[in-house]
Design a protein. Structure first.
Length: 491
């Protein structure tokens, strides 16, 4: 035993001397273990001294080091961080039924809706999502979609302390690749869909799909199993070699099949047939076919968790909206403004198709693309915009370390291949762009603002600027309705 740590196989034992685990030296407090991770920008090993100065009592890393405190050299620091974090919090996932939800689009909605369904079924569940983390009696805004392993294990521990029996966790491909979720013994995993995304990080679609598939490969034969989207072509790849039970869902195929009985611009009446007894029939008050898929995924998972069809049917009409996902800002006699998170070619396609059905007039699209992310998707998003929107205004998303005009130029290339006339304006100041479009649009038009959803900040070379799309849009609508307006409602 050194510094209160022993390791047997993959299992670490930590004595009470250890006060926490950190992978960022700036978060180290006296009594912590610091795990040095070789990163893409900097190398955590360079911050070992900083960690020791802040009170780290042991260091874990991948390089040979000679240190004044106990040092554990491991093959993978990320794996060790997950193991140590789980050990520090006494392996909380072992006492929880853990449900991982992954996929390119729709993860957050499925996490929100599945949590609502299981809670309605009398199950005490915590939720980790890209918007908020809710551990039962405490809700915090999220920083990452899937937190780093020390934070993730802490949240699971807190859920258990709060009496939760289940945890619904949004799992990003970064979370899987960076081994943040390594020490969770999953009981159920759900795939929404896979389309192009994050190729800057994963390199190829093959790698991206293979990373997502890892979540499902970890499900043992006696787990509740995998819930896969039968209508998404990558589900077959994910399914290969699985030893766990598999349930599929879809609109065209699947063990659980949903039929849209009636679709309006604002929602769909659906019949969900799980092949057992009477089908569930209910009104989903969220627009678009993609939300019917999200619902079917959540319902299939809820059924696997034992929630009754009667409860599911009762709750569907009340399912909550996710902040910044198709958030409609409306005022009589003014253009409809919708804030959405769509940030992939497929997500943008779904949003535009849905919005098109909601309004009689033109669809204005205001968007950009995040810096430091998959560059290849930018012209593709330009093509989608020019194909499905009437008027496009390009602006900055969160450029990070890239130049916003260069990002806009890459999107413009895609627009030009379809119809250059659709590009009405490039205004890189996002607030100004939103104000301008809201002023120009007619009452029957829709202004769709995509890419950032509920995110509160833009980042410019490390500088943080406060900007929430819905706040700016409300301001802009307020300007239009100032004369005699009695407020703009959020739906
Ligand atoms: C692009 C990417 O994957 N970045 C992740 C990566 O960063 P990196 O390789 O650049 O790490 P680095 O900054 O070089 O630092 C290396 C190590 O030194 C540490 N450090 C750094 C500075 C210091 O003073 N002290 C210190 O100890 C860092 O904490 C880190 O452990 O490794 C870090 C440690 O694991 C992650 O925190 C970081 O996520 C950043 C914050 C991030 O923005 N990630 C995004 C892309 C992400 O994960 N997104 C997904 C969802 C995506 C989606 O669905 O759209 C998510 O789950 O949120």
């Amino acid at each position: 035993m050194a510094a209160g740590i022993t390791k047997t196989g993959d299992e670490w034992r930590l004595s009470d001397v250890i006060q926490g685990v950190a992978i960022d030296s700036r978060l180290v407090k006296p009594g912590y273990i610091f795990v040095a991770i070789p990163g893409a920008i900097s190398d955590g090993h360079a911050f070992v001294e900083d960690a020791i100065n802040r009170g780290a009592v042991a260091i874990v890393g991948e390089h040979p080091l000679n240190l004044p405190v106990p040092y554990f050299q491991v093959e993978s620091s990320r794996r060790a961080a997950a193991e140590l974090s789980a050990a520090y919090y006494h392996y909380p996932s072992r006492d929880l039924v853990t449900i991982g939800v992954t996929g390119t689009n729709g993860k957050t909605s499925v996490v929100y809706w599945l949590t609502a369904l299981v809670r309605a079924g009398g199950i005490s569940a915590g939720m980790i999502s890209s918007v908020v983390n809710d551990t039962g009696n405490r809700v915090r805004n999220s920083i990452l979609t899937t937190p780093e392993s020390p934070e993730l294990q802490r949240q699971l521990w807190e859920m258990r302390q709060n009496g939760a029996t289940h945890a619904v966790v949004e799992v990003s491909s970064h979370g899987i690749a960076q081994r943040r979720v390594d020490e969770i013994g999953w009981d159920l995993a759900v795939l929404t869909n896979i389309t192009r995304e994050h190729l800057d990080f994963h390199g190829t679609m093959e790698n991206y799909v293979a990373t997502k598939a890892k979540l499902f490969q970890r499900l043992p034969a006696d787990s509740l199993g995998a819930v896969l989207n039968a209508d998404n072509r990558y589900s077959d790849v994910v399914r290969e070699g699985l030893v766990c039970p598999v349930v599929t869902y879809g609109l065209e195929a699947g063990d659980v099949r949903t039929e849209i009985l009636e679709a309006t611009a604002w929602g769909s009446r659906v019949r969900i047939d799980a092949g057992q007894g009477r089908p569930i029939e209910a009104q989903l008050n969220h627009p678009g076919q993609y939300n019917v898929y999200n619902l079917t995924a959540a319902v299939t998972a809820a059924l696997a968790l034992g929630v009754s069809p009667e409860v599911i049917q009762r709750v569907i009409p009340e399912l909550p909206g996710v902040p910044g996902r198709m958030q409609v800002l409306q005022q009589p006699g003014q253009p409809t403004v919708i804030v959405d998170y769509a940030h992939t070619p497929d997500g943008l396609t779904q949003s535009l198709i849905t919005v098109r059905k909601m309004v009689e007039g033109r669809v204005w699209l205001v968007f950009g693309a995040r810096g430091g992310r998959d560059r290849g998707k930018r012209p593709e998003m330009g093509r989608v915009a020019a194909t499905l929107a009437d008027c496009v205004v390009l602006t900055a998303d969160s450029p990070n370390d890239e130049e916003p005009d260069a990002i806009a130029e890459a999107i413009r290339e895609g627009i030009d291949t379809v119809d250059p006339a659709k590009l009405i304006k490039i205004e890189l100041d996002r607030a100004r762009a939103i104000h301008w479009v809201v002023k120009e649009a007619q009452a029957t038009d829709c202004v769709l603002i995509t890419g950032r959803g509920p995110e509160p900040y833009q980042y410019f070379h490390g500088r943080r600027v406060v900007l929430k799309d819905s706040d700016v849009a409300l301001d802009a609508l307020g300007e239009r309705v100032r004369k005699g307006a009695d407020g703009v409602g959020i739906h």
